[in-house]
Design a binder for this molecule. Structure first.
Ligand code: NDP
Length: 292
């Protein structure tokens, strides 16, 4: 077994949150305002309710204002759009997050594209996607930002590394690729049509797996000493009829070869909300023209 390092996402997320709380306090004393995040929840999806509750609690814990707007599952698209419009115009609201999934009769793309790009703390608006790829100051999607922070926790410079991102979704794979390019990696994006994916991954100094297939990446795919970031969250049957969470990486096998690896749970997962809080502060600064 190599002397691999387990990347502690919980501890690093706590550091990010502490940094946010310090910045919130600095903004309040220097500029006299508190950043605020509004979350819109439509319907009763149990997982979404838990996420929204956690987001609200962590927003308040960092010293920011937090608002929840709850609509019934049968709310019309026009009602959802009206709330977004109201939040766009409210100067106390710096960040707007519409919790996905939305009910089927509501066009999620239309709703997300209605959010003011400068308040789009999820970083999904096409304007922010464009800003990310051209290298302008912008709001970057949270899970990708968290994944790159974790990689940099073990290798402060990723420059020159061969990075392989598995997955090309708009919410994870593509923004991770953009961020790694910005970090001066040589980036390969693998997906369901990639031929010989195992040998593609074997060439990587840094692997980011965002696929949604339990334990797809096997130990013999990984180059000895590589950094492995596992974004996957998959529920599979566990012991005694219970379900357990596994990533897109076969953890035990890969940990034997990797130089550093994130566990599931406790790796990328905790970073997402921490980066959302960071984005809310960044959104407030962008809106007020505050540098840095
Ligand atoms: P999507 O389903 O949107 O995208 C999956 C990607 O994986 C697609 O690009 C797809 O390729 C690719 N893919 C599918 N099968 C294969 C295969 N056999 N070989 C190679 N690539 C394949 O998923 P997301 O990006 O939304 O999420 C990915 C994972 O990350 C999931 O497990 C999700 O739960 C998790 N996640 C975790 C978050 C966190 O906070 N930690 C946040 C968001 C997601 P193609 O484009 O060709 O179809």
């Amino acid at each position: 077994m190599t002397n691999h390092r387990v990347i502690d996402g919980k501890a690093i997320a706590a550091e990010v949150r502490e940094g946010v709380a310090r910045e919130v306090a600095r903004l309040e004393s220097a500029y006299g305002f508190r950043p605020g995040l509004a979350v819109v929840l439509v319907g009763e999806d149990p997982a979404s309710k838990v996420y929204v509750k956690n987001k609200g609690e962590q927003t308040k814990a960092s010293g920011m204002n937090s608002w929840e707007h709850k609509l019934p599952a049968e709310a019309s698209e026009a009602e959802v759009l009206a709330i977004v419009d109201k939040l766009n115009r409210d100067p106390a609201v710096n960040g707007i997050l519409v919790q996905l999934p939305l009910p089927k009769h509501v066009n999620a793309e239309k709703v997300l594209n209605t959010i003011d790009p400068d308040k789009d703390v999820d970083g999904f608006h096409p304007v922010n996607v464009g800003r990310l790829w051209v290298g302008e100051r912008t709001l970057v999607p949270c899970t990708p930002t968290g994944s790159v922070i974790l990689a940099k926790s073990v290798a402060p410079s990723l420059a020159g590394m061969n990075a392989v991102v598995i997955g090309r979704s708009n919410i994870v794979g593509k923004p991770v690729a953009a961020l790694l390019l910005r970090e001066n990696c040589t980036v390969t994006v693998a997906h369901s049509r990639t031929r010989n994916i195992q040998s593609v991954v074997k060439g990587a100094d840094l692997v980011v797996a965002a696929v949604g297939i339990p334990e797809m990446v096997r130990g013999d795919w990984v180059k000895p000493g590589a950094i492995v970031i596992d974004v996957g969250i998959n529920r599979v049957p566990g012991e005694a009829g219970k379900t357990k969470l596994v990533g897109d990486v076969a953890y035990d096998e890969c940990a034997r070869v990797a130089g550093a690896i994130t566990p599931v749970p406790g790796g990328v997962g905790p970073m997402t909300i921490a980066c959302l809080l960071q984005n809310t502060v960044e959104a407030a600064k962008i809106q007020r023209g505050i540098k840095g």
